[in-house]
Write a protein that binds this ligand. Structure first.
Ligand code: B1M
Length: 211
């Protein structure tokens, strides 16, 4: 009989096949999809995040853990949709205009998904206007912007200014990150939150959502 703790461990181990098998067994055995997420996947990704922060895990380990989590989520997502389970919050993430770096952004997206949020991945080179449309049309609770170049950091400010100009700034929280970005820069441009790495991004999102 599959156990939720075994699934958490499979995620930590980055064992895609075991994660998928255990997820299927849990669901077939009558465990609710939401329970599999909150008591199997999320605790596993929490450990991955803690190990990453403590430099016990590096980027490859996080990526294979996230891949295992995605394998489980592929099984669970249709069941969650059927059951009408609302995600805790909706977070739209993208690398800002002019910037094509997406490895860190993808890691942040995976950690946020692992924490139970619905993540809308806008990709790279995202124009300021797209963030506005996403707030209006997808009702994102948080906009998460990544930049890896000092030359594209100002695009974060442009996006914030555009959100204000279009009258949607007060409808959404904005968090920023990426190697050259600092808390001081986040404060300077008026972002609501900043995170130095993917694991901290989950903490920042929780803070911004008041959880
Ligand atoms: Co680029 N590149 N690159 N590059 N590249 C850097 C960033 C650079 C530091 C290399 C260097 O010169 N030493 C330099 C930037 C210098 C600067 O501006 N200060 C640089 C440059 C100059 C360029 C080009 C201009 C090179 C050229 O063409 N002349 C060009 C720009 C293209 C463009 O974007 N328009 C370019 C291109 C590329 C590749 C396409 C070849 C490739 C990107 C592939 C891809 O992403 N799909 C690439 C890569 C791989 C790098 C390096 C080597 C690695 C970046 C990376 O993925 N790191 C990088 C040098 C380096 O860092 N050693 C470099 C791993 C990743 C996990 O970390 O992205 O920092 P990171 O994400 C972290 C945190 O920052 C944080 O969490 C993540 C996980 O902990 N984080 C967030 C990230 N986003 C967050 C958002 C959040 C919160 C946290 O909230 C919303």
């Amino acid at each position: 009989m599959a156990e939720l703790g075994d699934l958490s461990q499979a995620i930590i181990n980055g064992d895609l096949n075991t994660a998928k098998t255990l997820t299927q067994e849990l669901v077939d055995g009558g465990t609710e999809a939401q329970t599999v997420v909150t008591e199997g996947l999320v605790p596993g990704m929490n450990v991955v995040g803690q190990k990453f922060k403590a430099n016990e895990f590096y980027v490859p380990e996080v990526l294979i853990a996230a891949r295992a989590m995605k394998g489980s989520m592929d099984i669970l997502r249709p069941l969650l949709a059927e059951g009408g389970v609302e995600p805790e919050a909706r977070i739209a993430i993208g690398t800002v205009a002019g910037d094509l770096h997406d490895i860190g952004k993808n890691l942040v997206a995976m950690m946020l998904e692992g924490a139970g949020y619905e993540v809308i991945d806008l990709g790279v080179d995202v124009p300021a206007e797209t963030f506005v449309t996403t707030v209006n049309e997808k009702k994102a609770d948080i906009i998460a912007m990544s930049a890896l170049l000092t030359t594209t950091m100002p695009a974060m400010k442009d996006a914030l200014d555009t959100l204000t100009e279009k009258g949607v700034r007060d409808k959404v929280k904005v968090m920023v990150g990426g190697a050259p970005v600092t808390q001081a820069y986040a404060d300077e441009i008026g972002a609501d939150g900043y995170a130095p790495d993917a694991a901290s991004a989950v903490d920042t999102a929780k803070e911004l959502l008041g959880k």
